[in-house]
Design a protein around this ligand. Sequence first.
Ligand SMILES: Cc1cc2nc3c(=O)[nH]c(=O)nc-3n(C[C@H](O)[C@H](O)[C@H](O)COP(=O)(O)O)c2cc1C
Length: 157
Amino acid sequence: MRDMTLADLNGSPGEEYTLTYSDGSSRKIFVADREVPFPEGKLIVSRTDPAGIITHMNQAFVEMSGFSEDELIGTPHHILRHPDMPSVAFKDLWDTISKGVKWHGYVKNLRKDGAYYWVYATVVPNIRGGKVVGYTSVRRKPSRRKVEEMSALYKTM
Ligand SMILES: Cc1cc2nc3c(=O)[nH]c(=O)nc-3n(C[C@H](O)[C@H](O)[C@H](O)COP(=O)(O)O)c2cc1C
């Protein structure tokens, strides 16, 4: 996964961070204080292998993330991690889904251009022959009230 550059921001002002992911890799990102609203009437869907590597996505995912399908397939899902997301939220996600249990939660995602979008995600383990063979995440538009509540809560975590 390549570092972001100022050119990715398309002219928006951005703040620089270096994120270190749970696999030990790290990436330089630029974050713009600009929200892109969740598209009305759409679902954003992706699928991963058991390690969280993206294997499939729908067109709404491509459009909202700003990455091309080629950039996304085979890439860890943490490509969308926003520095405002507390790592305990993802620990809860993985502790839940790796047991074969469905997880729901509010997630602030980072786009390729440094802007962000909020989603309400449901992550479902795909089980075959009693084994988790991957995960599917379906994201809906979150209510404004919940986004405000979760945004304030995540700042305290
Ligand atoms: C099906 C699925 C979908 C996921 N969707 C997202 C997502 O939209 N945004 C995100 O930041 N992390 C998502 N994750 C969690 C990432 O795998 C990762 O745990 C998270 O970005 C934090 O990165 P890190 O654990 O490498 O530090 C998803 C995981 C799975 C299994």
